[in-house]
Design a protein around this ligand. Structure first.
Ligand code: ATP
Length: 245
């Protein structure tokens, strides 16, 4: 487990989940996972394919219930940004935000939509159809929808998977700005470089268990400063569970 335990914040974590277990039939996707994120912190959930990242985030977001364990914050206080943009390509950027603000019962929706357009760098594209934006622009709309209710915690499932390096950079300026404003930002990725660059803390998930929880530099230290090698070593050291055929 953790080489370095997270430093406790004086006000307690913005998000804490304990002992999360999730089974799909005979397959156990999560074996009692405990995670936390502080206000202002960017946390990467890093793991290979099938490690349980999406399952973990969807439990944290309240999209499905755990078989055991608990999440210490109501789902309505958690912003969720799915991997596939869940926005309407044939509506304008502003219409999308207005629609989701209405569905979410966001108080003072028009002002909130205008603020999100500005924060996401979309104010000058507000009248454009979402389908006419670049992949990066569409992803920023996707993130803005998840933030409409101004949640203190934001969860993003592989937010930059389909973005080129420039779009990725722009989106991360937006996301790190959210953390600087005091939100906890938790994202899943299998990109070690992205976790190293943007996360304050990395939670490595392997086969449904936490194999490491601490700053990226502390993990890198286990392999002479090479985070990629440290991650691969960690994954290889973890013996997969025996699953019934
Ligand atoms: N709805 C489901 N029904 C059955 N098995 C599932 C379901 N969702 C996930 N699984 C299984 O649970 C395990 C964890 O899957 P999950 O999608 O959470 O991992 P992941 O780390 O997000 O993977 P990826 O990086 O490929 O998206 C995998 O073995 C997957 O096959």
């Amino acid at each position: 487990m953790a080489a370095t335990d997270p430093i406790p914040s004086p006000t307690g974590p913005a998000l804490r989940a304990e002992g999360l277990v999730r089974r799909y039939g005979s397959r156990t996707a999560l074996h009692g996972v405990t995670v936390a994120a502080d206000a202002g912190e960017v946390v990467a959930i890093l793991g290979p394919n099938g490690a349980g990242k999406t399952t973990l985030l969807s439990l944290l977001a309240g999209l499905q219930d755990p078989d055991a364990g608990s999440v210490g914050r109501p789902a309505r206080e958690i912003g969720w940004v799915p991997q596939q943009p869940a926005v309407y390509r044939r509506l304008s950027v502003r219409q999308n935000l207005e629609l989701f603000a209405r569905l979410d019962d966001v108080p003072d929706a028009p002002a909130r939509v205008t603020r999100m357009l500005e924060q996401a760098g979309l104010a000058d594209r507000a009248g454009d159809l979402v389908g006419s934006l670049s992949g990066g622009g569409q992803q920023r709309v996707n993130v803005a929808v998840g933030l409409l209710a101004d949640p203190p915690v934001v969860l993003l499932d592989e937010p930059s998977a389909s973005l080129d390096p420039r779009q990725r950079e722009r989106m991360w300026r937006f996301l790190t700005g959210l953390a600087a404003d005091g939100r906890a930002v938790v994202f899943s990725t299998h990109d070690v470089a992205e976790a190293e660059r943007y996360a304050d803390r990395v939670v490595v998930l392997v086969d449904g268990r936490i194999a490491f929880d601490g700053p990226p530099a502390a993990l890198a230290e286990t392999a002479d400063g090479d985070l990629l090698r440290a991650f691969v070593d960690l994954v290889e050291r973890t013996v997969p569970d025996e699953e019934p055929a």
